[in-house]
Unconditional design. Sequence first.
Length: 763
Amino acid sequence: MTAPGTAPQFPSTQTSPVQTPTINNSLQYPQYPQQKPGQIAPRPGQEPAPTSAPFLAPRPSLERNEFQEFIFASTGQRLPIFGQELFEGSPSTFAPVENIPVPADYVVGPGDELMIRAWGQIDVDYRAVVDRNGTINIPRIGSLNVAGIKYADLTNYVRNAVSRNYRNFDLMVTLGQLRAVQVFVVGYARRPGSYTVSSLSTLVNAIFAAGGPSLAGSMRGVQLKRGPRTVTELDLYDLLLAGDKTKDASLLPGDVIYFPPIGPLAAVSGSVNHPAIFELKGQATLDNVLGYAGGLSTTAQSRQITIERIDDRKARVVEQFDYAPSAAQRPVKDGDVISVLSILPKFENTVTLRGNVATPLRYPFRPGMRIRDLIPDKETLITPEYYRRQNLAARKEPTAQAQPISNVSGQLPGAVRQGELSAQEKARQERAVTQEELIGSVRRLSDEINWDYAVIERLNKNDLTTSLIPFNLGKAILENDPANNLPLMPGDVVTVFSKTDVAAPSGRRPIIVSLEGEFTFAGVYQARPGETARQLVVRVGGVTSQAYVFGAEFTRESTRRDQEQRLKQATDQVEQEVQRAAVTRAQSVISPEDAAALKQEAEAQRALVARMRTLKPTGRVVLEMPEDATVANLPDIALEDGDRLHIPKQPSMVNVFGTVFNESAFVYSPDKNVGDYLSLAGGPRKQADERSIYVLRANGSVASSRQRGILVGSVSGLRLMPGDTIVVPEDFERTTWMKDLKDWTQIFYQFGLGAAALKVIKE
């Protein structure tokens, strides 16, 4: 066997003519059992545990040691041990060592695979594994001792050996599968044991393979032992805090990695960048420990640092001091809990302006400061919402594009295709929505400033109570009244309200009313305090010559909300009545036919109640006016914000709905009465309830035979007005469960529901 670095001894060769031998072992080289790096050596009778990532197998969350529980019981905080989170879970912190380049100073040893390739006079493609004696055997070349050769010198070493027999060739040697190294992890490791790792592994790799130190193990002095001596001692804080691996070392077979017990501990909590429990080493100072925690955070209050200390393992004491340069060198002891307080969210010299203002902001306080100094002009009270509404007013609205109309076969000239109708209808709906948005935008003008009331919120530093100091904003800003231009103090909060935030007196609240239909100047108007509908219509120019004042529709938002509540109660009452009736009828079921009929009846009842719940009241208020009503006949009711008055064009039709032979609309004639129009509709059907025929007047009122008295007994002779509707209900007496609902249609009309109620009843 030849010593490393000396020329090998080759067997004698013949001096025959130059030949070109070909050597190829077809991957036939000694096979050695290999274990994946980081895989724990199996115990006898056990299979190796599979790992998905080198060194870092999935593991459960770390438990907590006694000091952590002590801090939790004392402060209510769960602080981690610094660095332990690096060993939790299974992140691929380090790349697999078999995929990294082999360093130049790597020393070849038994178990390494060499890949030898030569070309020229000799053609070699051979893979050999270094045997336990440190040699490889290359056919026709001989044995070669390569143990102890550095990887950087390996190619030249083999080339020199081959050149003793061959000329005019080139050769390259690389490393294939590297040998495995068995090391031992002992002490306070998370997973102590025997590990088989790659020969490229270092101490840091093995530490991660073992899961790091246990909760009782130290991070400050992990030792690598080789025989009787300690090769290196690694402080993991150097790696974690500064990325320093200078104390790392390569592993050799038989190395022992020892985790000593954990040293003194100190906790840092509060306003630092990394609150945690830190292991102390040597004479630790406050500056050192705060450096471990990443230093003070942005909001830390350096004047207030508290240390809770265990005094002589007997009692606990508390120290509090300012974090000055001298305090930074204070020693930190085992068991200390360092708390860094954060600054209070308090401004020492500010006055805050908020509410219905242009810029809610904190402003610096100046001695002698008053309300006018904080709000110097009226523009300060114009909110950004006002300008946003102005900007949106210039938004381009969607419009219907003109569609070419072609005369297709079978289509009348000028007819519009179905797709064109849909597009035009969609555009019409979009315009309608836009108009509603515009009206709503104008109505939002009522969000005006409440000039009568604003308030100062002030903290009394004597008894820590908060007081509210109201003042008249209009007199302070608009009139510069000294009595309302109050002096301010540091910390004051001035709040400006709108009239919707704090309801002003009714006489001072804006009233926005919509006038729609046949008005000379239809639009959205602001009514004066106490102004009536008649006065407003006269003031804005009256109505057109085609206005049908008798059919005026007056809706009010407060009435709508009240109708909505009463309709809900009425629908609940109907639902309860049909449920009680269903229970009563179920007791009399004696045959399958009766049961099927009862089930069908119950489904119809539920469908009716469901349809009733879809009805939405309009808030219409019936205006009792004569049939030849004019603007002078409009009632003297004071207007409210959100009122809507719609005066339609005089219609020319009378409608007939219900249980008649021909539901239709008929041309109005002043000479015809209810009976005449019923005759035009074919008269009531057999199922009609002629005693309950009623008329829905154009002004929203209802006329029925019951209202006209027993002597008359019929509405047949009632003279109608344009836009009136005759309703002929079905005789619900034939259907037991419906007999109590015969008058509900009239009730619906009292809620201002119009044709929607007719649709519900007919369905």
